[in-house]
Write a protein that binds this ligand. Structure first.
Ligand SMILES: C[S@@+](CC[C@H](N)C(=O)[O-])C[C@H]1O[C@@H](n2cnc3c(N)ncnc32)[C@H](O)[C@@H]1O
Length: 216
């Protein structure tokens, strides 16, 4: 699957990318009550403009993305000087209040993640095949301290569970994956588009204290 994503970026097959800030981020982020200045983790970030919006609202962002093309395009489309260096498995890039780590999300070590207080997942969980989603949910919980809040934008479509990415991840599976370590509330189910794709918006709060539960 990582090779498929790299290939997609090389070929410019990035239909998931939005040319504007996602309306549900604008609508719901402030309702989470995340204090301004809190660092926001954006896993599987692509070149999402949502990161720029969060940074403009006063939240330093750390995005994690596999494809160098995504990161180069994000930086080229932004303004401000770029600093680049290496840290562990990752190429690290910084432009204004956005830091991007180029590499595999599953290589982010808990020790590197101490300062996150919030997160934003749009099309990250649903980018992953069934067998990897449990690992993702567990890893995300490991990287966040108790009390961390975030938004999850998941997706359902009529293609069946094996069709994707994007994969259709229903409400029941979202609960099954995330409820062991997060309190979650479904905020909105967006009307389906002409292909039957519908996004669901969830508010999450990392449970705690205590160890991370690996779930079912
Ligand atoms: C569906 S796209 C969503 C991108 C972004 N969140 C957005 O809303 O535009 C999923 C992204 O995850 C990246 N990706 C897939 N697996 C990854 C992994 N293990 N670590 C980091 N990035 C990954 C892909 O390259 C792709 O850019």
């Amino acid at each position: 699957m990582p090779q498929e994503w790299l290939q997609r970026w090389r070929e410019g097959r990035i239909g998931f990318h939005r040319s504007e800030t996602h309306p549900v981020l604008r609508k719901y982020w402030k309702t989470l009550g995340v204090p301004v200045g809190a660092k926001v983790l954006v896993p599987l970030c692509g070149k999402s403009l949502d990161m720029r919006w969060l940074a403009e609202q006063g939240y330093p962002v750390l995005g994690i993305e596999l494809a160098p093309e995504a990161i180069e395009q994000f930086l080229a489309e932004g303004e401000g000087e770029v600093s680049r260096y290496h840290q562990g498995y990752f190429g690290v890039y910084r432009q204004a209040n956005v830091e991007l780590w180029c590499g595999d999300f599953f290589h982010v070590h808990v020790e590197q993640a101490k300062e996150f207080q919030a997160f934003y997942d749009r099309a990250a969980l649903i980018a992953l095949p069934p067998a990897t989603r449990q690992r993702y949910a567990f890893h995300l919980a490991q990287l966040l301290p108790p009390g961390a809040r975030g938004l999850l934008v998941s997706l359902t479509h009529p293609g069946g569970p094996d069709a994707g990415p994007p994969f259709s991840v229903g409400e029941e599976e979202v609960h099954q994956l995330l409820a062991p370590n997060f309190e979650l509330v479904l905020l909105e189910t967006c009307p389906p588009d002409d292909r039957g794709l519908s996004e669901q918006v969830w508010s999450l709060c990392r449970r705690g204290p205590g160890r991370v539960d690996e779930g079912a």
